[in-house]
Design a protein around this ligand. Structure first.
Ligand code: UDP
Length: 253
């Protein structure tokens, strides 16, 4: 059988050519990286969990009318997605101060923000994904003002959805990152949620204890990352089908 064509290999995922034009296969690896890939490890089962969790969030978003790239899950590690032109920005939404914001402004992590705040980083590993003001984005032609307005609206809808889903299972959505892609339909373009939504790209804290259930467990050596992600999946009732991710029995509730 002919080997399928690799389109792009990133730090945590690989993209392959899809079965039909306009589609791609997104493969979730077990690789974990942080601090611009200075810290790296392989976390057995992470890819399986993120594949399922991203499917769960993207499917839910689609059900409330937020367009995403997700088409269907193919197997434990792969999903079929729409091919889009990724806008080279990380769209970050924050509900509580944490991470780079807390550091930059000298705020205590977990301080509630007056309202959800949206910010943009320019996707460039060599530069360490620098925070960029809207004026840079428009002046350098990465996106138009209309795109920006649409991206903020999309990001806030994702925030409301994800915050509610997480709150229902006793998890606080502190912040998250999404990537947005352009989908061309004839002469028109639509912006849709792309990439992934998983504990790799969100900060998730237990509502009662503030225990970290996201990639900060890896970044800050707080424990076992796969256990944290498994806990998120367990609370949401989302567990990999067919086999247990980490040699544990598959239990749904
Ligand atoms: N984030 C991400 N990829 C990045 C940078 C950030 O998924 O390359 C997510 C991160 O997990 C967090 C949110 O975006 O949920 C805000 O991250 P922050 O700016 O605080 O940066 P960090 O502290 O991760 O460097």
């Amino acid at each position: 059988m002919a080997r399928r064509k690799k389109i792009y290999e990133g730090k945590a995922k690989t993209l392959y050519e899809g079965p039909e034009p306009g589609t791609l296969v997104q493969y979730f690896k077990d690789d974990a990286t942080a601090f611009n890939a200075e810290k790296r490890d392989v976390i057995e089962g992470k890819g399986v969990l993120n594949n399922r969790l991203s499917e769960y969030f993207m499917t839910g978003l689609q059900q409330i009318g937020v367009p995403t790239h997700f088409l269907k899950r193919i197997n434990m590690r792969e999903q079929l997605i729409r091919a889009v032109e990724i806008i080279p920005l990380e769209v970050i939404v924050r509900n509580y101060a944490a991470g780079s914001m807390a550091k930059r402004l000298g705020m205590e992590e977990g301080t509630p923000l007056p309202r959800p705040m949206v910010e943009f980083s320019y996707k460039n590993d060599d530069l360490g994904d620098p925070l960029v003001p809207e004026e840079y984005i428009i002046s350098f032609g990465w996106a138009s003002q209309q795109d920006l307005d649409d991206m903020v609206a999309l990001a806030l809808r994702v925030n409301d959805f994800l915050s509610g889903v997480m709150y229902a299972v006793g998890i606080k959505l502190v912040d998250f990152k999404i990537e947005i892609g352009r989908l061309y339909e004839g002469d028109f373009q639509r912006l849709i949620v792309a990439d992934e939504i998983s504990p790799d790209s969100c900060r998730l804290w237990d509502l009662e204890t503030n225990e970290r259930l996201d990639k900060d467990v890896f970044r800050r050596d707080l424990g076992n990352l796969a256990d944290a992600y498994t806990e998120v999946a367990r609370r949401l009732g989302v567990m990999p089908t067919n086999s247990a991710p980490l040699g544990k029995p598959t239990l749904i509730n």
